[in-house]
Design a protein. Structure first.
Length: 187
């Protein structure tokens, strides 16, 4: 498991935890003596589990003593990463678990799966956070109001590209670009 995926997931945990802290604890003007349980849900392939488990151990032990983070990994082992049917079924299986309180869903799904899950999550007012996809079509807030991604879109890199060209006074350059989904396969 690479350290990049660990760092990305750790950033997601911090963002979620601080937003929950701001909403819940500061409204009460004091910290409760009991540990608050925050449930995180993930729609991942199981290859991310070691990094997620390590990140949660570190956060629970060192940073958030009054909070206990729990992560429910909804494994999609043995399935294709972009299998819409299996991913949506797993999403609804998560929703049907009465003992599980859903607060947010983290996922590494591709654009096709994300569009279906994000559109469905809108009806449940459930935030979906992705750290893999940067497709601009998912930024349509009227269609995907609860979708958030922490990967900058390709459009966000244009200013940096322009500044790089100006800094080196380059007048000729080439840009290699791939259009399409990351995880599509040629049939």
């Amino acid at each position: 498991m690479g350290t990049e995926s660990f760092r990305l997931f750790l950033v997601l945990i911090f963002v979620l935890v601080y937003s929950v802290l701001a909403n819940n604890y500061y409204d009460h003007h004091h910290l409760n003596a009991n540990r608050q349980h925050i449930t995180l849900n993930g729609l991942f392939t199981n290859s991310y589990y070691p990094s997620i488990h390590f990140a949660l151990e570190q956060v629970n032990a060192q940073l958030l003593s009054p909070i206990n983070l729990e992560f429910h990994l909804n494994e999609t082992e043995g399935t294709i990463k972009c299998d819409v049917g299996t991913s949506v079924k797993t999403f609804f299986d998560m929703m049907n678990r009465s003992s599980l309180s859903l607060g947010v869903i983290f996922t590494d799904a591709c654009q096709t799966v994300l569009s279906y899950i994000s559109e469905t999550a809108t009806y449940f007012r459930l935030p979906v956070i992705s750290f893999t996809d940067s497709d601009l079509s998912l930024l349509a807030k009227d269609r995907y109001p609860y979708f958030y991604h922490i990967v900058p879109s390709d459009h966000a890199h244009n200013l940096v590209r322009k500044q790089l060209l100006q800094y080196f006074n380059w007048t000729r350059f080439g840009l290699i670009y791939q259009h399409g989904s990351k995880y599509t396969l040629v049939s």
